[in-house]
Design a binder for this molecule. Structure first.
Ligand code: SF4
Length: 419
């Protein structure tokens, strides 16, 4: 008979919460702080007062999707407008993608709005309008809902005692337990989920999770954390280490200071005392964003009342900025000469308009740089004034002429507004 495989070794004591009394104290301190200091946010009010469970789950879901990659201050106004327009899953399910994109314009990562609406349609048509009530079902049944969002909806709307791990929680937990291994690695992420599930308070799971995230957003911030005001500093290994200059003198804590602990900072990059608690978390170097150049042309004509109008065209319904409107644009190869760029753009416009466009007639306006999550995009902006009428080829993507006000009210990206 073979030797049974050894169970994986438990993580070193220094990196976990193993003392139930300490866990209790941390919950108490964190929740008391949250009750005193939490920000008033519209989705919190809805989560606390909405009696209908499906509406409540929907209200939290919308906020969680909007808050991904976007600041709270920016989200509030979008959230209020969204909930006013589509207060229920049923209302959202009936909206058109164009309306969703229009309201979303400016929030970035546009596919989030589209996927939210697709998922709402699914709940209405396949689940009889009933939101799944547990994190497991939410993640399994709702497209676009990952582990974090599922945990947030289930704990905040339905009181399920399940933890959450987002960027703020990663930072706080890595500091609380001196986790200095790459915080984007699957091993560390798994460890943090386990820790979040141990810590979550079963009587107030939604508040506890929000408190942990709020702590990361307002106190345990990335660059200059306010440790002096922190309600959990007595539980924080990074803070103690900063005070004492070395790991506290507890035998099991010393254990992993030597050897190759999978959660300690790598031996090649040890604790740097000038960084203090911001030694944690650590991330492997990010891939640099991809550089792209795109020529774009603002075509202008006099509208029937003499006011200028601009041509916008719709992007394909999948891929980057799917379904949004933009000035006619053409991705360029890197290192093209300016003359060549201009000629390519003129050819592109000619295909649109079915009439010759002289490259010389394009007036260079300037360059606009916009950073998408993983793309460093440079728009090379030209303009062209048209005298006569233009008949656009209807076989090409949808297009329309808009005034400046209409342009701003359309589903256009922030990058195009900069242009
Ligand atoms: Fe973060 Fe400082 Fe609080 Fe530790 S003591 S959790 S590092 S704010």
């Amino acid at each position: 008979a073979g030797v049974p495989a050894a169970a994986p070794a438990p993580p070193p004591a220094r990196h976990v919460f193993s003392d139930p009394a300490e866990v209790e104290a941390l919950r108490r301190n964190l929740l008391a702080w949250y009750d005193r200091c939490k920000r008033d946010l519209p989705w919190r009010a809805l989560a606390a007062t909405e009696p209908d469970a499906d509406r409540r789950g929907y209200a939290v879901w919308v906020s969680e999707i909007m808050l991904q990659q976007t600041q709270v201050a920016t989200v509030i106004d979008y959230y209020n407008r969204w909930m006013q327009k589509w207060p229920t899953l049923q209302a959202l399910a009936q909206a058109s993608l164009e309306e969703v994109n229009e309201l979303w314009a400016g929030l970035g990562y546009y596919s989030r709005g589209k996927r939210l609406q697709e998922a709402a349609r699914k709940v209405v048509s396949e689940l009889a309008g009933r939101m799944p009530r547990t994190a497991e079902d939410l993640q399994k049944l709702l497209p676009g809902v990952g582990r974090y969002t599922a945990g947030a909806i289930a704990s905040i709307s339905y009181g399920q005692a399940t933890g959450v791990v987002d960027g703020n929680v990663i930072r706080v937990l890595c500091r609380l337990r001196c986790i200095g291994a790459d915080s984007s690695s699957p091993a560390v992420i798994d460890q943090l989920w386990d820790m979040a599930n141990v810590l979550v308070d079963s009587s107030r799971p939604g508040d506890f999770n929000q408190a942990l995230m709020e702590l990361g957003a307002t106190v345990c911030v990335p660059k200059a954390p306010l440790c002096g005001e922190c309600p959990v500093k007595q539980h924080c290994q990074a803070w103690r280490r900063k005070l004492f200059g070395k790991p506290p003198p507890v035998p099991d804590v010393e254990d992993c200071a030597v050897g190759d602990c999978p959660l300690c900072p790598p031996a090649t990059e040890p604790w740097d005392s000038s960084l203090g608690v911001t030694n944690f978390p650590r991330k492997a170097a990010k891939k640099p964003p991809r550089a792209m150049r795109t020529a774009t042309c603002v075509l202008e004509r006099r509208g029937c009342h003499g006011a200028p109008e601009y041509l916008i065209v719709q992007r394909p319904s999948s891929g980057l900025l799917a379904g949004l409107w933009e000035f006619p644009s053409l991705p360029l190869a890197q290192d093209l000469q300016e003359k060549k760029e201009r000629e390519e753009l003129a050819d592109h416009l000619q295909a649109w308009m079915g009439q010759p466009v002289a490259a010389k007639g394009l007036q260079f306006i300037g360059e606009v740089i916009h950073i998408f999550s993983h793309i460093h995009q440079t728009y090379v902006v030209y303009s062209l004034n048209l005298d006569g009428d233009v008949t656009l080829d209807p076989a090409l993507s949808p297009s329309r002429w808009v005034t400046e006000d209409e342009f701003h009210a359309s589903a256009v990206s922030t990058a195009m507004k900069k242009v």
